[in-house]
Ligand binder design. Structure first.
Ligand code: NAI
Length: 480
């Protein structure tokens, strides 16, 4: 049984509802359930102590319980202050066999609507294991758990944490404050945790960028698997997931009719492609902005007008950022928008829209409409509607991607955890991708549910193409 200090969620009495939704999700997540069946006997994650930092949703609950079914011990936090589904968090803590009075599941530290201080406290809790040890694996989304361990170890080595005033953002100031306290208590804590970690599997584009950057600078302390760039992750979750969940977020937040409106999608990568499709599907006239000529040309050939934000800022109705870049929509842009324009972000971090600049605008007035929906009224009388304070709106205003697409992403996550944990020698410090035969396996696990019948290559055809009959079918440089 878990003690009360072993978890922190909104309300354990929501566990019954959470469990019912988890059971529905299991049916829609054939990849994860197949992996459970395949490895039930072998228990490849026995001995793994996994710290997870990833949106605490119903789909993530199925991931967590899959890791447990494979032998792992798990502690979990969300990777965003607004993305937790409180009933899912409660159900994971209670566990399949526990009750709210005697929870026997997995320690979760996550609730919807955390402050930044609470968010980083939760991240700290999932990195601290009972008995004073740390995790030996991290499963990350956006890289915050990995960042905390690396920054902590870096400052311990330097012998001091930089002054809080030197932080370049409100959020990093919170991290520095936490590390000041932590180093005062124990100045070897993060170094010890880092030394015990066999590897991290990273879920998203932005987190993967951080990992490659750390590795380039020689700062990466343990091996990493880039789950995002599995084909069955980024070409599905980022694209088809956002195609589903972007309009879901806008609808739940505003209920505005999208058909006939002019919508601007900033960025035409995987998330941008799915997002543009999502709004076009509702009958919006979609305009794309891009910095990369290849993606700009793709958008044009997909039939979208491609122009700069400045060109359309005064006339469009809906603005969505999908870039993973910063300062894409500035306070000046928002001041120039038309009355009740909707502004939201679906990229990982909240710096795509300059929320700090918006709040500092002279005479601006913020009116909260409901949780995660705010109207900002400018002194000239016009106002704009900002979703989830500029944080990813598909998880803040809706419930994120649906189970079936997340089954693809999370099957890759489980495979990455097994690889890093059980074949540690094959993965030196660096950033690795999942081998292609496993990527194809993830896709295969999802075909039956959709009634897909694959064509079989004959031996002669396979020889002609120069591929094995059973795959992999493509070279590593093939782009899908
Ligand atoms: P990507 O790299 O495929 O696409 C980003 C695109 O934005 C690129 O084509 C880039 O050229 C363009 N871009 C960069 N700066 C720009 C600027 N200033 N103006 C216009 N375009 C610009 O990345 P991907 O996979 O599409 O991910 C985008 C973001 O979404 C990342 O932060 C990622 O972590 C996040 N993400 C969010 C999900 C969600 O459910 N909300 C799901 C998957 C990813």
């Amino acid at each position: 049984t878990l003690q009360e200090h072993d978890y922190k969620v909104a309300d354990l009495s929501l566990a019954g509802f959470g469990r019912k939704e988890i059971q529905l999700a299991e049916h829609e997540m054939p990849g994860l359930m197949a992996v459970r069946a395949e490895y039930a006997k072998q228990q490849p994650l026995r001995g793994a102590r996994i710290t997870g930092s990833l949106h605490m949703t119903v789909q993530t609950a199925v991931l967590i319980e899959t890791l447990v079914a494979l032998g792992a011990e798990v502690r979990w936090a969300s990777c965003n202050i607004f993305s937790t589904q409180d009933h899912a968090a409660a159900a994971v803590v209670v566990g399949p066999h526990g009750t709210p009075e005697a929870p026997s599941g997995v320690p979760v530290y996550a609730w919807k609507g955390e402050t930044l201080e609470e968010y980083w406290w939760c991240t700290e809790q999932v990195l601290a294991w009972p008995g004073g040890s740390g995790p030996n694996m991290i499963l990350d989304d956006g890289g915050d758990a990995t960042l905390l361990v690396h920054k902590g170890a870096e400052f311990e080595k330097a012998g001091a944490v930089p002054p809080v005033e030197t932080a370049d953002s409100e959020e990093f100031a919170v991290v520095l404050k936490l590390l000041h306290r932590s180093l005062a208590e124990d100045n070897q804590r993060w170094t010890t945790i880092a030394a015990g970690i066999k590897g991290v599997s990273e879920e998203t584009t932005t987190g993967v960028h951080r990992l490659y950057e750390m590795h380039r600078e020689g700062k990466l302390l343990f091996p990493a698997i880039n789950v995002n760039d599995a084909v069955t992750k980024s070409k599905f979750d980022n694209k088809y997931g956002c195609r589903h969940s972007l309009v879901d977020g806008i609808n739940r937040a505003t209920d505005v009719l999208i058909g006939g409106k002019v919508a601007v999608i900033c960025g035409y990568g995987d998330v941008g492609k799915g997002s543009a499709d999502s709004l076009r599907g509702q009958g919006a006239r979609v305009i794309v902005t891009e910095v990369d000529p290849i993606c700009a040309l793709q958008a044009a050939m997909d039939g979208y007008q491609v122009t700069t934000l400045e060109d359309v800022v005064a006339t469009a109705d809906i603005f969505i950022t999908t870039t993973g870049c910063k300062d894409v929509i500035t306070a000046e842009h928002m001041a120039a928008m038309k009355h009740q324009a909707i502004v939201g972000n679906i990229g990982h971090f909240d710096n795509e829209i300059d929320m700090a600049g918006l709040e500092k605008t002279d005479g601006i007035r913020r009116v909260n409409i409901k949780p995660q929906v705010d109207e900002f009224a400018f002194p000239d009388g016009h106002s704009i509607i900002v979703l989830s304070e500029g944080r990813l709106l598909n998880l803040g205003n809706a419930t994120g991607h649906p189970s079936f697409v997340m089954s693809n992403s999370f099957t890759n996550q489980v495979i990455a955890q097994i690889e890093l944990f059980s074949k540690t020698d094959e993965y030196p410090i660096g950033v690795h991708v999942i081998p292609k035969h496993l990527d194809e396996k993830v896709a295969r696990l999802h075909l039956d549910a959709l009634g897909v019948k694959l064509t079989q290559l004959s031996k002669e055809q396979a020889d002609y193409l120069g591929v094995p009959v059973e795959g992999p079918y493509k070279s590593d440089h093939y782009r899908y």
